[in-house]
Design a protein around this ligand. Structure first.
Ligand SMILES: Cc1cc2nc3c(=O)[nH]c(=O)nc-3n(C[C@H](O)[C@H](O)[C@H](O)COP(=O)(O)OP(=O)(O)OC[C@H]3O[C@@H](n4cnc5c(N)ncnc54)[C@H](O)[C@@H]3O)c2cc1C
Length: 403
């Protein structure tokens, strides 16, 4: 029996387990520092109050119980001994035959921007998104209570980073504010969303179709877009730029960069400047044929050697590959190299509106794009729920048997 350890219950880790489960003679252990799987891709709706916590988090223990050969352990891994094939937390160690590192990434609050970490929120962790959601709710509540006739105060919400996550959060909040303007009155109109990026464009690295249509939608929602705007300092009240006037803000979210999970610092192998692991053609680190790394904690490159953006999609593709590669290695066969390619992109742009592209030639926008994106996320969430239901039935069944 081979023991396979999956570290990280994010998009990559869960997909790896789904792909591994049917192989014979294996026992899988999933380890995560949190008891839940966080659906980061839905964070934009959670922050803006459109989704609830049960829409963006599921219990890992219940999910694992949906399999016959998977156990879950809540542990924060602090070291990985590649030679001894052991991982450890502060108080426990686990040995493995094969390991998949799927520990993801966190927000990179750049240290060269003074005050950024102290004065802004990230969305890569549920607790951070939760705090930001509370701030947003409180602001709306405060606005709702503005006395009739009183001069309304103006507020700016700043989003640093106009990549996929920043754009989605900005659009959803602006959409909510527009809707509130209809129900709680014009006071919500005194809140302006600023989307700030140092690049010359929003969504750098995506196609002109995606950029142009996203821009149009954001402007229609009233989002103020500041490109070529390099943030140099943030204090409790203002955002300062390398050039131009400072922007007063009430709260700020930063989505401008990531760095790999701190665990990668404890692993002796090659890394890039944001601590992502450098893998070989079969996604192994340090040439170790039993240890695979997938998802956001890895520097992913396409067939031409270009670095790919970290996405759930890529985490899942690399997870499926790692599962197949483990099966090949167990059968003493050498796996084919991993081919990383982006199949498509969908950007949620507030309410029932999205922009998307599949295989670069199918281009959709508006309600149809929203429906396609929704179908993908619904399919994903439904799959998680079905597994939990199976786990529940397994548990009840075991109880009846043991009576
Ligand atoms: C707002 C937002 C919108 C996004 N939208 C999209 C989108 O539309 N499409 C898309 O493809 N991608 C999107 N992404 C990106 C996507 O969420 C990430 O690329 C994806 O989560 C990466 O998956 P992963 O499995 O590598 O890591 P994660 O999903 O981050 O999972 C890593 C797991 O490892 C655990 N972990 C970390 N360190 C340790 C440790 N030391 N010990 C134990 N456990 C540990 C963490 O708790 C976590 O559960 C979005 C991201 C955000 C923030």
């Amino acid at each position: 029996m081979n023991k396979i350890l999956v570290i990280g219950g994010g998009y990559g880790g869960l997909r790896a387990i789904e792909s591994l489960q049917n192989y014979a003679d294996i026992a899988i252990v999933l380890v995560d520092q949190n008891p839940y799987h966080y659906l980061q891709t839905e964070a934009y709706g959670y922050i803006a109050g459109q989704f609830d916590v049960h829409d963006v988090a599921i219990d890992l223990q219940s999910w694992c119980e949906g399999f016959l050969n998977v156990t879950f352990k809540q542990m924060k891994i602090t070291s990985v001994d590649l030679e001894a094939k052991i991982v450890s937390s502060e108080d426990e160690s686990i040995a493995f035959d094969y390991a998949i590192l799927a520990v993801g990434a966190r927000t990179n609050f750049f240290s060269f921007i003074e005050g950024l970490r102290e004065n802004s929120y990230g969305v890569k962790f549920l607790n951070r998104a939760f705090n930001f959601r509370k701030e947003f709710e409180e602001l709306l509540y405060h606005k709702l209570n503005t006395k009739v006739g009183e001069n309304p105060q103006k507020y700016n919400i700043a989003i640093g980073g106009a990549g996929l996550s920043g754009v989605e959060v900005a659009a959803e909040m602006a959409y909510v504010l527009n809707n509130y303007a209809k129900t709680i009155g014009v006071r919500a109109k005194d809140i302006t969303i600023y989307l700030i990026d140092a690049s010359a464009t929003i969504l750098p690295g995506t196609s002109s179709f995606i950029i142009k249509n996203t821009h149009k939608r954001l402007e229609k929602l009233g989002v103020k877009i500041l490109t070529n705007a390099f943030i140099s300092k943030v204090d409790a009240k203002k955002i300062f730029f390398k050039e131009g006037e400072a922007l007063e803000y009430c709260f700020m979210i930063f989505t401008g960069g990531i760095k790999a999970s701190p665990l990668t610092e404890a692993i002796k192998c090659e890394k890039n400047r944001i601590n992502q692991l450098i893998v070989d053609k079969t996604l192994n680190i340090s040439g170790d044929k039993n240890v695979f790394a997938i998802g956001d904690c890895v520097e992913m490159r396409d067939e031409l050697g270009a670095i790919l953006p970290p996405t759930a999609q890529m985490a899942e593709r690399s997870a499926e590959y790692a599962a197949r590669a483990i099966k090949s290695r167990i059968e003493q066969k050498e796996p084919e190299p991993f081919k990383a390619n982006i199949m498509g992109i969908f950007v949620a742009l507030g309410g029932k509106y999205a922009v998307g592209e599949v295989f670069t030639f199918i281009k959709v926008q508006g309600y149809s794009a929203y429906l396609l994106k929704k179908a993908i996320t619904y399919g994903y969430y439904k799959g998680l729920k079905l597994r939990i239901n199976t786990g529940f039935k397994n548990r009840i069944g075991n109880k009846i048997l043991s009576v």
